[in-house]
Design a protein around this ligand. Structure first.
Ligand code: FAD
Length: 397
């Protein structure tokens, strides 16, 4: 039953990256693609922000995995526990070995509760939440919408958080809700951002700061939360000015993330890659194992990890697997990434940039960095359809 099997390409992780890549490879004529993915349900994660802001339900973003696995692919509903690149073998938790010609590693990243003392205990209480975990997304809106007075603290880490600036979406949707319900004046909003900017794009950063000011949000950058004390509902934050203690009535976290332990402990990671899969950020090929490819949140792609970035990474990996076999030149990923951030319950701006923070707009007009109703409608209602019906079907080029 657990006899070793061989597949042309094995894909580790059936999230955004893995399913899109599998579909793209099938479209390009690859006959034997296997996906290892333990979860029976697939989530369109960008909608988790709208669940946290009370504008979507978990049902809106969940599909059965069986409906997402592309036709003709073999699915192993199991965890990968290790990859042995010298023997070209993937080990599954049930004991099976999968041999491959090429392997694409994309199991994403995970919340790093150890990075902030007391954070995990805090989110177990009604006064703190994160929508970065599907099981807590609904609680985020319960917490924010039930606050009518007091202090709301929003914490955005920059340590490997997927699409970190979207952590601002629940803030702006909640602030707009508080304004509409007449409670905004009784709520003191604090935003603690670990980086130097709200987003890696000058004009978008300015727009977001202006939006924050319009709601009376106090913004502090280079603010690292060191510890959260659930019992006293307070936190300790390190800023350039020194250490501060802050109490909260509602605490929102976009928490630090890290690579899965089995990746960090393997030789797919290097000391410089901080536990992530060490790929050449242009070709997405592993630095030392040429039949290993890495993409998505787990790979050192040198830019903000995001679903939008995957639109560019997936075709590069699919092309490069074939090109390397045919001894053709490899394509390069340019580091494109994107952060769509709501500034209210009806408007959104789109910051698109490369890995150096240079603007890289998909369209030159209109200027999508200005908050608009149309981009909000696209992000909330149309993009999920594009995801299910085009991206997961390998329609990326
Ligand atoms: C709250 C939130 C909001 C976001 N909003 C946006 C947005 O608006 N726009 C945007 O562009 N991006 C957004 N993102 C980022 C985007 O969702 C991610 O960048 C994208 O999902 C990364 O895809 P991935 O396949 O690398 O990882 P994931 O989507 O995390 O998929 C990884 C998969 O690997 C599986 N896996 C894990 N371990 C193993 C193992 N050992 N063996 C086998 N399989 C394994 C997991 O079950 C999972 O299905 C958001 C993310 C979050 C969390």
């Amino acid at each position: 039953m657990n006899a070793p099997r061989h597949h042309d390409v094995v894909i580790v992780g059936g999230g955004n990256a893995g399913i899109s890549l599998a579909a793209k490879l099938r479209r390009m004529g690859c006959h034997d693609v296997a996906i290892v993915e333990p979860k029976q349900l697939h989530h369109y994660r960008p909608l988790l922000s709208y669940v946290g802001g009370g504008m979507a339900t978990m049902e809106d973003l969940t599909r059965a995995q069986t409906k997402c696995i592309p036709d003709g692919c073999t699915w192993y509903a199991d965890h990968v526990t290790a990859i042995d690149p010298d023997r070209s073998v993937v080990h599954l938790s049930a004991g099976r070995e999968l041999h491959y010609n090429d392997v694409a590693v994309c199991p994403g990243s995970r919340v790093d509760w150890d990075a902030i003392t007391g954070a995990e205990e805090a989110v177990a209480t009604p006064a703190a939440a994160t929508n970065y975990l599907p099981e807590m997304a609904e609680k985020t809106w319960t917490m924010l919408s039930s606050l009518t007075a007091g202090r709301a603290v929003f914490v955005i880490s920059e340590r490997h958080v997927p699409c970190a600036p979207v952590g601002l979406k629940p803030l702006f949707m909640a602030a707009d809700h508080w304004r509409r319900t007449g409670t905004l004046r009784d709520i003191d909003i604090e935003l603690l951002v670990e980086g130097t900017r709200l987003v890696n794009h000058d004009d978008a950063d300015r727009e977001l700061r202006a939006a924050a000011e319009s709601y009376g949000v106090r913004v502090r950058t280079r603010a690292t939360v060191e510890a959260i004390f659930a019992v006293t509902r307070s936190l300790r934050v390190q800023t350039p000015e020194g250490t501060d203690e802050l109490s909260y009535d509602a605490l929102y976290l976009a928490p630090p993330h890290r690579a899965p332990d089995w990746v960090a402990e393997s030789d797919l990671a290097t000391p410089a890659s901080e536990g992530f899969v060490a790929v050449d950020p242009r070709t997405l090929r592993h630095e030392t194992h040429p039949r290993v490819w890495g993409l998505g949140d787990v790979a050192t792609v040198g830019t903000l990890p995001s679903g939008g970035a995957l639109r560019k990474q997936v075709p590069v990996v699919a092309h490069n697997i074939a090109a390397q076999r045919a001894r053709r030149s490899l394509r390069h990923y340019d580091g494109y990434s994107v952060a769509p951030v709501t500034t209210s319950r009806r408007e959104l701006l789109l910051a698109e940039f490369d890995r150096d923070g240079n603007p890289q707009p998909t369209v030159s007009t209109p200027d999508l960095v200005r908050p608009r109703r149309s981009t909000f409608v696209f992000d909330r209602y149309l993009e999920p359809q594009v995801y299910w019906h085009r991206l997961l079907k390998g329609n990326v080029s």
